[in-house]
Design a binder for this molecule. Sequence first.
Ligand code: ADP
Length: 168
Amino acid sequence: MKTELIKGDITKIPADAIVNAANSSLLGGGGVDGAIHRAGGKQILEECIQIRNRQGKCNTGEAVVTSAGNLPAKYVIHTVGPVWNGEENKCSKLLEDCYKNSLQLAEGLGVKTIAFPNVSTGIYKFPKELAGKIAVETVRNFQSENIEKVIFVCFDDENEKIYKKLLD
Ligand code: ADP
Protein backbone atom coordinates (compact mmCIF):
# COMPACT_ATOMS: atom_id res chain seq x y z
CA MET A 1 0.00 0.00 0.00
CA LYS A 2 1.19 3.49 -0.80
CA THR A 3 0.93 6.13 1.90
CA GLU A 4 0.31 9.83 1.44
CA LEU A 5 0.00 12.89 3.65
CA ILE A 6 -2.62 15.55 2.98
CA LYS A 7 -3.09 18.66 5.10
CA GLY A 8 -6.72 19.68 5.29
CA ASP A 9 -10.33 18.71 5.75
CA ILE A 10 -11.09 15.00 5.42
CA THR A 11 -14.67 15.67 4.28
CA LYS A 12 -13.24 17.00 1.00
CA ILE A 13 -11.17 13.90 0.18
CA PRO A 14 -12.52 11.78 -2.70
CA ALA A 15 -11.20 8.49 -1.32
CA ASP A 16 -13.37 5.34 -1.51
CA ALA A 17 -13.58 5.42 2.28
CA ILE A 18 -12.91 8.09 4.86
CA VAL A 19 -12.54 7.21 8.52
CA ASN A 20 -14.38 9.09 11.24
CA ALA A 21 -13.01 9.49 14.77
CA ALA A 22 -16.43 8.78 16.28
CA ASN A 23 -17.51 8.31 19.86
CA SER A 24 -19.12 5.15 21.16
CA SER A 25 -22.64 6.57 20.92
CA LEU A 26 -22.21 6.90 17.12
CA LEU A 27 -24.56 9.87 17.37
CA GLY A 28 -22.06 12.54 16.35
CA GLY A 29 -19.91 14.90 18.36
CA GLY A 30 -17.31 17.63 17.91
CA GLY A 31 -14.12 17.77 15.89
CA VAL A 32 -13.86 15.64 12.78
CA ASP A 33 -17.03 13.73 13.76
CA GLY A 34 -19.10 16.93 13.69
CA ALA A 35 -17.50 17.99 10.40
CA ILE A 36 -18.32 14.65 8.73
CA HIS A 37 -21.95 14.64 9.89
CA ARG A 38 -22.42 18.30 8.90
CA ALA A 39 -20.93 17.88 5.44
CA GLY A 40 -22.36 14.40 4.80
CA GLY A 41 -25.95 15.19 5.74
CA LYS A 42 -28.50 13.25 7.76
CA GLN A 43 -28.16 9.98 5.83
CA ILE A 44 -25.01 9.14 7.80
CA LEU A 45 -26.67 9.74 11.17
CA GLU A 46 -29.70 7.69 10.16
CA GLU A 47 -27.48 4.74 9.31
CA CYS A 48 -25.57 5.18 12.58
CA ILE A 49 -28.85 5.03 14.48
CA GLN A 50 -29.78 1.82 12.64
CA ILE A 51 -26.43 0.29 13.62
CA ARG A 52 -27.00 1.29 17.25
CA ASN A 53 -30.46 -0.24 17.22
CA ARG A 54 -29.01 -3.45 15.82
CA GLN A 55 -25.86 -3.87 17.88
CA GLY A 56 -25.79 -1.19 20.57
CA LYS A 57 -22.86 1.14 21.14
CA CYS A 58 -19.58 0.84 19.27
CA ASN A 59 -16.80 -0.18 21.65
CA THR A 60 -13.45 1.56 21.74
CA GLY A 61 -11.11 0.14 19.11
CA GLU A 62 -13.95 -1.17 16.95
CA ALA A 63 -15.26 0.14 13.64
CA VAL A 64 -18.57 0.21 11.73
CA VAL A 65 -19.42 1.40 8.24
CA THR A 66 -22.10 3.63 6.74
CA SER A 67 -22.55 5.22 3.36
CA ALA A 68 -21.08 8.70 2.94
CA GLY A 69 -24.21 10.76 2.20
CA ASN A 70 -23.24 13.94 0.36
CA LEU A 71 -19.51 13.43 0.73
CA PRO A 72 -17.28 12.59 -2.25
CA ALA A 73 -16.29 9.31 -0.53
CA LYS A 74 -18.34 6.10 -0.92
CA TYR A 75 -18.14 4.95 2.68
CA VAL A 76 -17.56 6.40 6.12
CA ILE A 77 -15.85 3.99 8.50
CA HIS A 78 -16.59 5.10 12.06
CA THR A 79 -14.02 4.00 14.60
CA VAL A 80 -13.94 4.86 18.28
CA GLY A 81 -10.52 5.91 19.50
CA PRO A 82 -9.39 5.62 23.11
CA VAL A 83 -9.58 8.59 25.45
CA TRP A 84 -5.99 9.13 26.66
CA ASN A 85 -5.77 8.39 30.39
CA GLY A 86 -2.02 7.93 30.73
CA GLU A 87 -2.15 4.12 30.49
CA GLU A 88 0.21 3.97 27.54
CA ASN A 89 0.09 0.25 26.72
CA LYS A 90 -3.66 -0.05 26.98
CA CYS A 91 -4.37 3.12 25.01
CA SER A 92 -1.81 2.23 22.34
CA LYS A 93 -3.33 -1.21 21.80
CA LEU A 94 -6.81 0.30 21.44
CA LEU A 95 -5.59 2.90 18.94
CA GLU A 96 -3.86 0.15 16.95
CA ASP A 97 -7.18 -1.74 16.95
CA CYS A 98 -8.91 1.33 15.47
CA TYR A 99 -6.57 1.38 12.48
CA LYS A 100 -6.55 -2.41 12.06
CA ASN A 101 -10.32 -2.83 12.29
CA SER A 102 -10.92 0.10 9.92
CA LEU A 103 -8.49 -1.37 7.37
CA GLN A 104 -10.06 -4.80 7.76
CA LEU A 105 -13.52 -3.39 7.11
CA ALA A 106 -12.25 -1.43 4.10
CA GLU A 107 -10.53 -4.51 2.73
CA GLY A 108 -13.79 -6.45 2.90
CA LEU A 109 -15.60 -3.68 1.03
CA GLY A 110 -13.09 -3.70 -1.81
CA VAL A 111 -11.90 -0.18 -0.99
CA LYS A 112 -8.85 0.96 -2.97
CA THR A 113 -8.17 4.28 -1.24
CA ILE A 114 -8.84 5.12 2.40
CA ALA A 115 -8.26 8.35 4.32
CA PHE A 116 -7.66 8.50 8.07
CA PRO A 117 -7.83 11.51 10.38
CA ASN A 118 -5.44 11.57 13.34
CA VAL A 119 -7.75 9.48 15.53
CA SER A 120 -7.86 10.37 19.26
CA THR A 121 -5.44 13.32 18.99
CA GLY A 122 -8.09 16.03 19.41
CA ILE A 123 -10.70 16.01 22.15
CA TYR A 124 -9.45 12.56 23.30
CA LYS A 125 -5.96 14.01 24.02
CA PHE A 126 -3.81 11.07 22.84
CA PRO A 127 -0.18 12.30 22.54
CA LYS A 128 0.21 13.16 18.86
CA GLU A 129 3.71 11.79 18.31
CA LEU A 130 2.84 8.38 19.76
CA ALA A 131 -0.50 8.28 17.93
CA GLY A 132 1.25 9.02 14.63
CA LYS A 133 3.79 6.30 15.20
CA ILE A 134 1.06 3.75 15.94
CA ALA A 135 -0.99 4.85 12.91
CA VAL A 136 1.91 4.58 10.45
CA GLU A 137 3.24 1.30 11.88
CA THR A 138 -0.18 -0.34 11.87
CA VAL A 139 -0.80 0.69 8.27
CA ARG A 140 2.66 -0.51 7.20
CA ASN A 141 2.13 -3.89 8.87
CA PHE A 142 -1.31 -4.47 7.34
CA GLN A 143 -1.40 -7.06 4.58
CA SER A 144 -3.88 -6.00 1.93
CA GLU A 145 -5.07 -7.32 -1.39
CA ASN A 146 -7.41 -4.48 -2.33
CA ILE A 147 -6.25 -1.30 -0.67
CA GLU A 148 -3.78 0.59 -2.85
CA LYS A 149 -3.41 3.85 -0.99
CA VAL A 150 -3.77 5.10 2.57
CA ILE A 151 -4.04 8.86 3.03
CA PHE A 152 -3.20 10.39 6.41
CA VAL A 153 -5.20 13.61 6.64
CA CYS A 154 -3.67 16.07 9.08
CA PHE A 155 -5.76 19.02 10.16
CA ASP A 156 -3.32 20.78 12.46
CA ASP A 157 0.29 21.90 11.89
CA GLU A 158 1.68 19.75 14.69
CA ASN A 159 0.30 16.52 13.24
CA GLU A 160 1.40 17.54 9.76
CA LYS A 161 4.98 17.94 10.98
CA ILE A 162 4.88 14.61 12.83
CA TYR A 163 3.52 12.69 9.84
CA LYS A 164 5.98 14.34 7.43
CA LYS A 165 8.80 12.97 9.54
CA LEU A 166 7.21 9.55 9.99
CA LEU A 167 6.49 9.08 6.28
CA ASP A 168 9.88 10.29 5.02
P1 ADP B 1 -10.93 12.54 18.98
O1 ADP B 1 -12.13 12.67 19.87
O2 ADP B 1 -10.74 11.14 18.44
O3 ADP B 1 -9.71 13.13 19.57
P2 ADP B 1 -11.22 14.89 17.26
O4 ADP B 1 -12.17 15.08 16.13
O5 ADP B 1 -11.33 15.79 18.42
O6 ADP B 1 -11.37 13.35 17.66
O7 ADP B 1 -9.73 14.97 16.73
C1 ADP B 1 -9.10 14.01 15.93
C2 ADP B 1 -8.24 14.72 14.91
O8 ADP B 1 -9.06 15.19 13.85
C3 ADP B 1 -7.51 15.93 15.46
O9 ADP B 1 -6.15 15.86 15.07
C4 ADP B 1 -8.19 17.12 14.79
O10 ADP B 1 -7.27 18.17 14.54
C5 ADP B 1 -8.63 16.49 13.49
N1 ADP B 1 -9.74 17.14 12.76
C6 ADP B 1 -10.70 17.97 13.20
N2 ADP B 1 -11.51 18.33 12.18
C7 ADP B 1 -11.06 17.70 11.07
C8 ADP B 1 -11.45 17.66 9.70
N3 ADP B 1 -12.50 18.34 9.24
N4 ADP B 1 -10.72 16.90 8.83
C9 ADP B 1 -9.65 16.20 9.27
N5 ADP B 1 -9.23 16.19 10.54
C10 ADP B 1 -9.92 16.93 11.43
